[in-house]
Design a protein around this ligand. Structure first.
Ligand code: UDP
Length: 321
């Protein structure tokens, strides 16, 4: 089976490409390298350098393809508030172009990277797929719009689609050609920032006055390799005419301070931090209910927070050497 991986030069997409190749799938990558990195393009994959907004590039990337895993998107919450037009264009119009090109070629299988940002501030946790969707930023709104798009297209055009709603993805993957890791610029995510903290440039903990046991925010972290396993299981479970939405997390939460402690264990020294103001838009607690991922996909996460932090630490050290 040949799989098109959009965004296959990004953090999650590049790990997906490597794992798919190692499991015997043929892979085409579509990536415009706007946030992806050319050094993450796997040697064994066919690479199309282009954007989702360029129909000719999308057409060429779909040549000989049986199914699509659609990671390609803009994904910075803060940027989406400042420049929403980029998010509506790339994430929504880009997906429209992709779906139209798929329809023209009779390709009917798609697994989509949705997000817990579609839920917004939850009324209760854990969050199930039936929880209210009320995104608090254009990024989450654009992901929700695509989920709606897929529901209607699945019914109208007999597509088999699964949206996987990620909670906090972390960790790194050691492929045959080296570590595939998070490398955003600017880096906003907690785990890389914890690992980069120095006494001159300490980690900023965004608020220590939250209504949680240790007063810091709680999130549900899932290892990137577990996450990709779920995508491959989803590929094999697509049913024509059906769109399923499935949460992916570990099903329990870790506080910012617990992440700092796990990092101290991985690094073998204390992590310097300061308490700063809350970050606008942060909810106190986000935890996924992952019972549907377990029952529908037969998936369970197998890597814990310590593995996520240790893998990231090892990958950063190797990559920066
Ligand atoms: N966070 C923090 N300092 C940082 C980055 C993140 O205290 O430098 C906190 C953030 O407030 C949130 C958690 O860590 O509670 C996870 O944030 P991240 O940006 O990694 O993911 P998000 O939950 O926003 O998707």
């Amino acid at each position: 089976m040949r799989v098109l991986v959009t965004g296959g030069a990004g953090y999650i997409g590049s790990a997906a490409v490597s794992i798919l190749l190692e499991r015997g799938y043929e892979v085409t990558i579509l990536d415009d390298l706007s946030t992806g990195h050319s050094e993450l393009v796997a040697p064994g994959a066919k690479f199309v350098d282009g954007s989702l907004l360029q129909k000719a590039a999308v057409d060429s990337a779909l040549d000989g393809v049986d199914a699509v895993i659609h990671f390609g998107a803009k994904s910075l919450v803060g940027e989406s508030v400042l420049k929403p037009e980029i998010y509506w264009n790339t994430n929504v119009n880009g997906t429209r172009i992709l779906l139209e090109a798929m329809r023209e070629k009779g390709i009917k299988k798609i697994v989509f990277s949705s997000s817990a940002a579609t839920y917004g501030e939850p009324k209760s946790v854990p969050i199930t797929e039936d929880s209210e969707t009320k995104p608090t930023n254009p990024y989450g709104a654009s992901k929700l719009a695509v989920d709606y798009m897929l529901t209607s297209e699945a019914i109208a055009h007999e597509i088999g689609a699964i949206s996987l709603r990620y909670f906090n993805v972390a960790g790194a993957y050691k492929s045959k050609s080296g570590w595939l890791t998070e490398n955003h610029n600017p880096e906003t995510h907690l785990i890389p920032n914890v690992l980069k903290a120095t006494s001159d440039n300490p980690l900023k903990i965004f608020g220590a006055d939250w209504p949680t046991a240790d007063k810091t925010c709680i999130r549900d972290y899932v290892h990137v390799v577990d996450l990709i396993d779920a995508h491959i299981m989803a590929l094999e479970k697509l049913v024509p005419g059906k769109h399923e939405i499935i949460n992916l997390g570990c099903g329990s939460g870790y506080s910012v301070k617990q992440v700092v402690d796990a990092a101290a264990t991985a690094v073998g020294r204390e992590i310097p931090f300061v308490i700063s103001d809350r970050r606008p838009g942060d909810p106190a607690v986000l935890i996924a209910d992952i019972s549907k991922a377990k029952s529908y996909l037969g998936w369970s996460p197998t890597r814990d927070l310590q593995a996520m932090v240790s893998d990231t630490w090892e990958s950063i050290n190797v990559t920066n050497r």
